[in-house]
Every structure is written in structure tokens, then in C-alpha cells.
Design a protein around this ligand. Structure first.
Ligand code: NAD
Ligand code: GLY
Length: 363
């Protein structure tokens, strides 16, 4: 399958997303075609460093660029203020300035923190995303949300800082652990449910190829998700109109499941898979969709090795935790609910009894 480039058209400045197999080798060219710098700060994590980022650094050196490779510890725990300060100080010590460019090589953790470094160092420097997890390729590298966690709340400090370009090589997904791959697939299924029935049907009929990480299937999946996310971001870049909020399908439940397990037991995508099924059952209870539409989601998610039952936990406590979510607007819980496969609405018109019944697994 040939390399494909999509355009994200934004009010101030658009950018390209290039998707292909073996595209990592094009990194220096991709960057230099889009900005004239000679100083690149590559930010990665300790796992991706050995697998890919060190080699990417060598490509830049071979292309005659000056490169600093900054490596953070792999894992969500690194997405904090201490790591951020450390990155700022190291950049300063290494001579980075307004003429430097930051490139994130890694998953969503690296992309989010490197993007926030780029948004803030020297009041903002250009930034590229080179995502290496499925979640980062289909979601976090597109759309410009960057930031860090505080001990009290995830993703609470950050900025909108769009990249100058996103370069995606699906070959790197071959080394992704199975649970991380499945977690990324939860976000992929999400796009089908919220806005694209034919894509949902494509996923249903290509489970085997996807699970085998077939390169053509992955290129198609990543390209479709990036296009769908870009369409939403083009309409509502700063999450003002409510359009971008549809990307949070399943997330009101998911964030409560993650909080209940203290962010240590479930991968985000696993919680999203459970949350999407809960949201769909909630839509069923209030007469928005039929049971068959939920069952199709359950079957697809299970075929992708994802959990689909609500977390076994005190349902009243989960309901209470939902109120800590960022999506609580004007004192009301907000849900993204499907009214058919391929279309969702944003609603606050939901009774607590229905939410708790869904959490208890009642029909
Ligand atoms: P991650 O970045 O922690 O990566 C998961 C693990 O996979 C890490 O251990 C990493 O080292 C490893 N890894 C990365 N690429 C690999 C590869 N090719 N082969 C083998 N191992 C590899 O997690 P993630 O799921 O990519 O991202 C989660 C983060 O993304 C969260 O912090 C979340 O808040 C954020 N996020 C941001 C947005 C956004 O719009 N900015 C959207 C969704 C999620
Ligand atoms: N991942 C949700 C968003 O980018 O808005």
C-alpha cells in the first residue's frame, strides 16, 4: 500500500499526517520539508529509545542535523511536572532556543509531554509527532492536545499546541505488547460507533487481519481514524461547540473505572471498551438504540481481546466518581450516547437510576 498523506485544515495553520510502512526512515526529510531548523530535540521514552528513537536520531545526524535525544522513563508516571522541568532544563543546557524543533517519538505519554514542552519552552517552538503506539497513531498525535498530569487529576495542565506534521509508520506496531495493541483498538472501534458505520463494518469483517497486525489493514485503519479525528478537530479545534466532545464516547464511564482502580489495573483503552458498552446499554435503556447495536459492539470488542463487562465495583461509588470527570458541565453529568451505529449525541438528560442499573448489569 503506498504512503498516504492527509491534510488537517485549521484556522491558523494546517498540517500533514503521513501514514505508511517504513516511513520512519523519512523522518529527516519530513521535518526539513516543513521547517528550516538545524537543531532537533528528540523526546522519547526508555522503551522506544532502544527500539526506534536512537536509530531515528542517527538518521538526523546522517542528514547533517544537530540532535539531542532526551529520554524519559516509560509509563504514565512520567507525565508530570518534575519530568517537564527536567526536560526544560536539559534543553536549556544543551543550547536549545527558539530556532530548535521538538519531535516526539513514542506513545501518548511522550507525545503529550513533549508537545507541552514545545508549547512552553522559549514561549513555544515547532513540534512534530512521530507516534509509535496504536493509541497515539489513531488519537493522541492528532488534534494538538498536549499536557501533563497532577497527582490530583489527569491531563489537567496543558495547552492546545498543534504539530507541524505527524509521521506515522505502522511497522513499529509489530513490537507493541498485545494489551497495548488491543487498548488502541478500543479507540479505533470508538470512531466507527460515533461517526462511521461503514468503518465499523470494515472492522467487523477484518478482525483476523487486524489481530495479525497485517500492514495493509493497519494502514487503512490508522488512515481512516486520523481522517475522522481530523474532521472533528477541524470543526471544533478547542472543544468549544461540543463537536469534539463526541470523541469521549465511553469515557464518562471509563474515567470512573480508571479512578476506582487507582489508574493501576486497567489500560485506558480497556476502560474505554467497558465504558462504550455501558454507554450503549444506557442508550438502550432510554430507548435510543436497539439491543442488537450494543451486541455488535460487544462482539467486535471481544474479538479484539477487550473487556466488555462493567467493572465489578460498588456501582454507587462508580457513579460518585463520574462526577469528578472534566465532562461534568453546569452541574450535570454529560454522556455521549449512540442513537444508531455511526452517530452519537451529547446529552445530560439521563437519570441516575438508569446509570446505576447499567453499572449493575441490569437489563
Ligand atoms: P504510552 O505512551 O505509555 O505507551 C504505552 C507503552 O508502550 C509504554 O511502555 C511505551 O514505552 C511502549 N511503547 C510505545 N511504542 C512502542 C512500540 N512501538 N513497541 C513497543 N512498545 C512501545 O501509552 P499510550 O497508550 O500510547 O498513551 C497514553 C497517553 O496518551 C495517556 O497519558 C493519555 O492521557 C494520552 N492521550 C492523549 C490524547 C490527546 O489527545 N493528547 C488522547 C488520548 C490519550
Ligand atoms: N482524545 C480526545 C480529544 O482529542 O479531544
Amino acid at each position: 500500500m503506498p504512503t498516504r498523506t492527509l491534510r488537517v485544515d485549521l484556522k491558523e495553520r494546517g498540517y500533514d499526517i503521513t501514514i505508511g510502512s517504513g516511513t520512519l526512515a523519512q523522518c529527516p526529510q519530513f521535518l526539513s520539508e516543513r521547517c528550516g531548523t538545524s537543531h532537533v530535540v528528540l523526546i522519547t521514552d526508555s522503551v522506544v529509545d532502544e527500539l526506534y528513537a536512537d536509530a531515528v536520531g542517527d538518521l538526523f545526524v546522517d542528514a547533517g542535523l544537530e540532535v539531542e535525544l532526551l529520554v524519559i522513563e516509560a509509563g504514565e508516571e512520567s507525565k508530570n511536572a518534575e519530568t517537564l522541568i527536567d526536560l526544560w532544563q536539559t534543553m536549556l543546557a544543551e543550547g536549545a532556543d527558539r530556532g530548535s524543533v521538538v519531535a516526539a517519538v513514542g506513545g501518548g505519554v511522550v507525545g503529550d509531554i513533549a508537545g507541552f514542552v514545545a508549547a512552553t519552552f522559549a514561549r513555544g517552538v515547532p513540534f512534530f509527532q512521530i507516534p509509535t503506539t496504536l493509541l497515539a497513531q489513531v488519537d493522541s498525535s492528532v488534534g494538538g492536545k498536549v499536557g501533563i498530569n497532577l497527582p490530583e487529576a489527569k491531563n489537567i495542565v496543558g495547552a492546545f499546541w498543534q504539530p507541524l506534521g505527524v509521521l506515522i509508520d505502522v511497522d513499529v506496531l509489530s513490537t507493541l505488547p498485545a494489551n497495548e495493541f488491543a487498548a488502541g483498538m478500543a479507540e479505533v472501534v470508538k470512531y466507527g460507533v460515533i461517526m462511521d458505520l461503514p468503518f465499523f463494518e470494515y472492522l467487523e469483517s477484518h478482525v483476523e487481519a487486524i489481530n495479525a497486525r497485517d500492514s495493509e489493514a493497519l494502514q487503512y485503519v490508522v488512515e481512516r481514524c486520523c481522517r475522522l479525528k481530523a474532521d472533528v478537530v477541524e470543526e471544533d479545534e478547542r472543544e468549544e461547540s461540543g463537536r469534539r466532545a463526541i470523541l469521549n464516547y465511553g469515557h464518562t464511564f471509563a474515567h470512573a473505572f480508571e479512578a476506582a482502580t487507582e489508574y493501576g489495573q486497567l489500560l485506558h483503552g480497556e476502560a474505554v471498551a467497558m465504558g462504550m458498552v455501558c454507554a450503549s446499554r444506557l442508550a438502550e435503556r432510554i430507548g435510543m438504540i436497539d439491543a442488537k447495536s450494543t451486541e455488535r459492539q460487544v462482539k467486535l470488542l471481544e474479538a479484539l481481546s477487550l473487556p466488555t463487562q462493567p467493572l465489578e465495583f460498588d456501582s454507587e461509588e462508580i457513579y460518585r466518581l463520574m462526577w469528578h470527570d472534566k465532562k461534568v458541565a453546569e452541574g450535570k453529568l454529560r454522556f455521549v450516547l449512540p442513537n444508531r451505529l455511526g452517530e452519537v449525541i451529547l446529552t445530560s438528560d439521563v437519570k441516575s437510576g438508569d446509570v446505576i442499573a447499567v453499572l449493575n448489569g441490569q437489563d
